[in-house]
Design a protein around this ligand. Structure first.
Ligand code: GRF
Length: 238
């Protein structure tokens, strides 16, 4: 296995930028709009991650066509063929990842829960984007649940993947307002526009060695990595 970008127990200063671009696989199950955003960013040779493989767990994933159009190698490991055998499914994925000398994995709408074994093997080199401000609303139907909860801010999170669904050290978040009249579709579209900005930035930080873990939290040494949002009410009413 290639050396880990992030040492799980690491403390101290950020690692220096590693030479070369990190060989990255994007894992998808469907539409692939985040994949398209990552491909667009990685089309710049200065971007620190190179997308060397797009792997889908369904041959019908629309994002495969996006990858092919960009000239990126694709692989399909049909999860249906491994019903009840998650270890077998992951072993087949691992073989593809190895075949392409993958160093980093970006999950982009990949709808399979990964085993603890797989996640542990890739810890620090495996990122996910989730359409909520974690730890609020892990799981599915995040926009519906945000609306039902009446939250005023919603958003998306890029995080390192730990065992546990939608868990792991947070690398980056973007917040959007929830507006009167929003439905799940309008709110999802507002969040998705931010996903497409956030994911390429967060993957670049990881690929460039700008992420370190301190006491289980991800510290990012990069401009724009801090949270930046203030309540617009300058003078709250008494
Ligand atoms: C995105 O909302 C992402 O946050 C979530 O699944 C969706 C995938 O969309 N994990 P796309 O396939 O990238 O368009």
């Amino acid at each position: 296995m290639p050396a880990a970008v992030v040492q799980p127990a690491a403390t101290g200063s950020a690692a220096p930028n590693p030479p070369g671009r990190k060989r990255t696989a994007v894992l998808i199950s469907g539409r692939g709009s985040n994949l398209a955003a990552l491909l667009a960013a990685a089309a710049d040779p200065a971007y620190p991650a190179e997308i060397v493989l797009v792997l889908a767990n369904k041959g019908t994933a629309a994002g495969l066509a996006t990858a092919r159009a960009a000239g990126i190698p694709t692989a399909v490991v049909e999860s249906r063929a491994f019903k009840g055998d998650r270890a077998g499914f992951e072993a087949a994925m691992q073989a593809e990842l190895k075949r392409h000398d993958v160093e980093l994995i970006a999950l982009a709408g990949f709808m399979r829960v990964l085993t603890e074994d797989f996640v542990t093997r890739w810890f620090g080199r495996l990122v996910n984007i989730h359409p909520s401000l974690l730890p609020s609303f892990p799981g599915l139907e995040t926009h519906e649940r945000a609306l039902a909860a009446g939250v005023r801010l919603h958003g998306c999170t890029v995080h390192l993947v730990s065992p546990g669904v939608d868990e792991g050290p947070i690398l980056a978040q973007a917040a959007v307002p929830v507006l009167a009249g929003d439905d799940a579709e309008s709110l999802a579209a507002r969040v998705l526009a931010q996903e497409h900005r956030l994911y390429p930035a967060a993957l670049a930080w990881l690929a460039a060695g700008r992420v370190r873990l301190v006491a289980g939290r991800a510290m990012v040494d990069a401009d724009g990595a801090a949270g930046a949002l203030v309540n617009p009410l300058a003078n709250p009413l008494p």
